[in-house]
Design a protein around this ligand. Structure first.
Ligand code: HEC
Length: 145
């Protein structure tokens, strides 16, 4: 019953919310039903990582980087996932791999930007192949050919 009320509340919400939902659909969450308690901290963070990566991709293609390292993505270590057993032992290793590749990208000489950018995207993909295969296709599309 509570779910129904929430659903109805969602439907009558503004168009912004709806396009947000459409966006979430197109990047496919982890093949789990949407969380009735709202999106987890980790899912929200991931969506920011996703949209930031597509901006980053455009910049790297032009040989540029944002001015500052995205400190907020360090929250990957502490953000609560939808499912508490998501953060199995291997999660931390994949998260460290992602963060260290991100540091390497921000320290990268210009000629290696694309290569180091792709290493970051590979780090997204390797965690996802273990923990959340849903968005893999969208993630792989972020690579620079
Ligand atoms: C250490 C593992 C790990 C890394 C690295 C990682 N992800 Fe995720 N990602 C997850 C998990 C786990 C979820 C599910 C979160 C949840 O449901 O709480 C997720 C969810 C997502 C989602 C779906 C969010 C939603 O709306 O439910 C997208 C999109 C995503 N990640 C993109 C990315 C991108 C892009 C990167 C790299 C920039 C990345 N991920 C790096 C583990 C990871």
């Amino acid at each position: 019953m509570l779910c129904l009320v929430l659903l109805l509340a969602n439907c009558s919400d503004n168009a912004g919310k709806q396009s947000e939902a459409a966006k979430a659909d197109s990047i496919a969450s982890c093949s789990k039903p949407l969380n009735p308690n709202g999106d987890s901290e980790l899912a929200v963070l991931m969506r920011e990582m996703m949209s930031s990566a597509s901006n980053l991709r455009e910049m790297v293609k032009q040989g540029q980087l944002p001015e500052r390292f995205p400190e907020e993505f360090l929250k990957i270590h502490t953000a609560k996932p939808t499912d508490s057993d998501t953060k199995k032992a291997s999660f931390e290793g994949f998260a460290n791999n992602y963060i260290s590749n991100l540091h390497a990208l921000y320290a990268s000489p210009k000629e290696d930007l694309s290569k180091n950018y792709n290493a970051v995207i590979n780090a997204c993909a390797s965690c996802h192949s273990q923990h959340c295969p849903g968005p893999l296709k969208a993630i792989n599309k972020l690579k620079i050919e």
